[in-house]
Design a protein around this ligand. Structure first.
Ligand code: PMP
Length: 421
């Protein structure tokens, strides 16, 4: 049982301290016990705990929306607050659907996603995710859905193929799929700029997302980016898509927005989408009781102010570079490490039975789960993932430490991981 939090550490009932090496699941970017966020929550709950958004907005929700928009990529200029990542994705899918309906293109209902992805656990978000075992027991899910391969160089790149060619080829699979379905039936494409929960921090090849953006524009297909895990500074950019030089039509964020202090997520959308709906039926026909919750918004606002005022995104870049070097120095030559990849303070390690052929371990061995336990015993929390690629099981571990971690703390975490491995 966790009973306390102190900076980058969690404390259990026996008093043992654990370095929060995955920030939960890329949540606790500011660590635990951040005074500014705690004070903001206390002040807000005393002033106003709840006001239903059917009647009122609130000061922190308006301020947070303004600050997000001021820093958002492209022409994203409206915010819809929710309570977490799945709700943000669910809302994005419905917004895309309503947008096309309002424009008299109601036949555009098909959502294209990627096989290597996780978008949440509600029915719509689960349908978008490509994880076969999560989907299986709830099938059939949304039917107007299809999945193409993600840009997963390590597993998919052909012998001798340049990274750029590989990126273009993988992106072109979207065009092939749009043409197969008929462009007039396709609503949106959804992707994580850096694949998180399935594979452990896999960025796309250079040029991949630029080509994806072109294809979406060519066919009037909305681009939804799911930055629930990789957004809010985690990759060394406030939003991960900044590194790709593109902006989506709809952006989903959560996790790091509340940094674990409150459940909050958000969906940002472009002016064109907002205008189509405002000028049509007038409002987005979707909502939850707790959307825009004042206390959650106060937490989100304090988190974002902390990120900006302390220049923590730049710190992620600096610490991330240090972490990458240390990670590779320790693990790149390990006989059971197949791949190390990531950005900023968002890293994945893939463990394999045999390094040169990248042969995965027998899934029955449950290597990622065992590693989680061994690391836990060593006082390190890291997030195990048994993702699939090509239908095969792979063992990955995600590292997503708090942005405030010192170099010494990061070294300590990697020492603990080394002993666990
Ligand atoms: N999208 C992505 C990319 C995620 O990583 C997650 C959570 N792991 C979700 C959506 C769902 O978020 P939540 O668990 O807050 O509903």
């Amino acid at each position: 049982m966790a009973v306390g939090g102190d900076g980058c550490f969690l404390i259990d009932a026996s008093g043992k301290r654990y370095f929060d090496g995955s920030g939960g699941a890329a949540v606790s970017c500011l660590g635990h016990s951040n005074e500014r966020v705690v004070a903001a929550i206390k002040a807000q709950v005393e002033r106003l705990a709840f006001a239903h958004t059917g009647f009122f907005t609130s000061e922190p929700a308006e301020a947070l929306a303004d600050l997000l928009i001021a820093h958002a990529p492209g022409d994203l200029d409206r915010v819809f607050f929710v309570s977490g990542g799945s709700e943000a994705v669910e809302s994005a899918i419905k917004l895309a659907r309503q947008y096309h309906l309002e424009r008299g293109e109601g036949q555009r209902r098909h959502l294209i996603a990627r096989k290597q992805s996780y978008h949440g656990n509600t029915l719509g978000a689960l349908s978008a995710g490509g994880n076969a075992w999560r989907r299986a027991q709830f099938a059939p899910l949304l039917t107007e859905m299809s999945h193409i391969d993600a840009c997963y160089e390590y597993a998919e790149r052909r012998e001798g193929e340049s990274l750029e060619t590989y990126g273009q080829r993988t992106a072109d699979a979207l065009e092939t799929e749009i043409l197969r379905l008929g462009p007039e039936t396709v609503m949106a494409f959804i992707a994580e700029p850096v694949v998180g929960a399935t594979l452990g921090a896999v960025p796309a090849a250079p040029g991949y997302f630029a080509r994806i953006r072109e294809i979406c524009d060519k066919y009037g297909v909305l681009l939804i980016l799911d930055e629930v895990m990789c957004g809010m500074g985690r990759t060394g950019h406030l939003f991960a898509c900044e590194a790709e030089g593109i902006a989506p039509d709809i952006l989903c964020i959560a996790k790091g927005l509340g940094a674990g202090y409150q459940p909050i997520g958000a969906m940002l959308c472009s002016k064109a989408i907002y205008d189509a709906i405002a000028g049509g039926s007038g409002f987005f026909q979707h909502g939850h009781t707790y959307l825009g919750h004042p206390v959650a918004a106060a937490a989100g606002l304090a988190v974002l102010q902390e990120l900006l005022d302390r220049d923590l995104v730049a710190q992620v870049q600096a610490r991330g570079a240090y972490f990458e070097t240390a990670l590779r120095a320790r693990f790149a030559q390990h006989p059971h490490v197949g791949d190390i990849r990531g950005r900023g303070l968002f890293w994945g390690i893939e463990f394999v039975a045999e390094r040169d052929g990248k042969t995965p371990f027998d899934p029955a061995l449950g290597v990622a789960g065992k590693l989680k336990k061994a690391a836990f015993d060593e006082g390190l929390v890291c997030y195990p993932m048994a993702g699939t690629r090509d239908g095969r099981q792979g063992d990955h571990v995600l590292l997503a430490p708090p942005f405030i971690a010192s170099e010494a703390e990061l070294d300590g975490a990697l020492d603990a991981l080394g002993r666990a491995v």
